[in-house]
Design a binder for this molecule. Structure first.
Ligand SMILES: O=C[C@H](O)COP(=O)(O)O
Length: 250
């Protein structure tokens, strides 16, 4: 059985005290959580250790938003997967469209980051998704297929089974323009078919594929109700404890 997962990507938001407060609010809302979804938050690097302490006795797991593509050494400003693991984090978001676009992260770099992340026993939350122009020119399936083929489809089956995928249509990120439940389902089913063709039926069936892009309390239930949508990667709405809690319970 694949897992339902709700992950909050805080992006470059919150100071450390603000982040700690947000984590405290969320921990308190989830104090009696009996749901079956896995809950993950991805604060900025600077907050990981302190927030790890705040959520220690809660059902919340910790993720980083990125990592270096090298293990250690003279790479000023970079954060290695081993450093992330040492904070108690268990996940790393990789391939987010903001990293691809603003930091020019290539498929080659992303594959390397994924391999290093796995080597350090962290789980990658690997993002894929098309731009608006690619959807308008009906290239959305081809785009996502290529992103997978150039990155995580190069992993061994056992490594691939460690990852979580997130489908994020770039035109829906932070725009308030959510994919319809039908559009999300269609793409998630397509991605699952690609996994089936590349690996096998059980790998495809067990892969959690999250939806990301303007997911809010008002639309989460309908999106998560789709057969192939296994939860969400939440940006803006993860910065308010009440909203994120409502999405977890959707
Ligand atoms: O990582 C999260 C996604 O980019 C979605 O962001 P958003 O919920 O603010 O649209």
């Amino acid at each position: 059985m694949r897992k339902m997962i709700v992950a909050g990507n805080w992006k470059m938001n919150t100071t450390l005290p603000e982040g700690q407060k947000l984590a405290e609010e969320l921990t308190s809302l989830l104090s009696n959580y009996t749901g079956e979804k896995d809950i993950i938050i991805a604060p900025p690097f600077t907050h990981l250790h302190a927030i790890g302490n705040v959520i220690a006795k809660s059902p919340i797991h910790l993720s980083a938003q990125n990592c270096a593509s090298e293990e250690s050494g003279a790479y000023t400003g970079e954060v290695a997967p081993s450093m992330i693991a040492s904070t108690g984090a268990q996940y790393v978001i990789l391939g987010h469209s903001e990293r691809r676009e603003y930091f020019e992260e290539s498929d080659e770099i992303l594959l390397r980051k994924t391999q290093l992340t796995l080597k350090n026993k962290l789980k990658p939350i690997f993002c894929i998704g098309e731009q608006l122009t690619q959807r308008e020119s009906e290239q959305h399936e081809a785009t996502v297929k290529k992103q997978l083929e150039e990155t995580v489809f190069k992993l061994s089956k056992s490594d691939f089974q460690q990852i979580i995928l997130a489908y994020e249509p770039v035109w829906a990120i932070g725009t308030g323009k959510v994919a319809t439940p039908e559009q999300a389902q269609e793409m998630h089913a397509f991605i699952r078919k690609l996994i089936r063709d590349k690996f096998d039926e059980s790998t495809a069936e067990n892969m959690s594929i999250l939806y990301g892009g303007s997911c809010k309390p008002a639309n989460a239930a309908e999106l998560f109700g789709q057969q192939d949508v296994d939860g969400g990667l939440i940006g803006g709405a993860s910065l308010k404890a009440d909203d994120f809690y409502a999405i977890i319970n959707a």
